[in-house]
Write a protein that binds this ligand. Structure first.
Ligand code: ZN
Length: 134
């Protein structure tokens, strides 16, 4: 299945934990794995704290420092920083499903990472069920 994510900014981390949990709940899976894959070269997916909004803000701040806007890039499209951030953060996540819930830590949430927005993005979601609800 595919989750559509409409991003609003050039660089943005969007909490999609609730949407992914809804897909898990409606799948009928009790135990298994949830695979997330971003089919874009200037976006990513990551898991980190979603309780304090300063955490995703700090992640963006540091990524902007690590990957400068001007660095003599060769890519003519002009969005090389977004490509680099996608590679640094990564385009996939694997999450355990237990008792029909994403087995995340107390403070963990799933973020879709936009680095070249705003755009309408896709996030592919697949499940590997080992046990269905009885
Ligand atoms: Zn490009």
């Amino acid at each position: 299945m595919i989750l559509t994510v409409k991003t609003k900014s050039q660089t943005e981390l969007i909490d999609i934990t609730f949407e992914i949990q809804q897909l898990v709940s409606s799948s009928g899976i009790n135990e298994g794995l949830c695979i997330l894959f971003v089919p874009h070269t200037t976006a990513a997916v990551t898991i980190n704290e979603n309780a304090d909004p300063s955490v995703p803000a700090d992640i963006i701040m540091v990524l902007n420092k690590i990957v400068p806007w001007e660095a003599g890039y060769r890519h003519l499209e002009g969005n090389s920083p977004a490509h680099l951030k996608s590679t640094l953060v990564g385009v996939s996540e694997l999450i355990i499903i237990e008792n029909s819930k994403l087995f995340l830590g107390t403070w963990q949430g799933i973020f879709f990472c936009e680095f070249d927005g705003p755009r309408t993005r896709k996030l592919h979601v697949r499940f590997l069920p080992t046990k269905y609800k009885e």
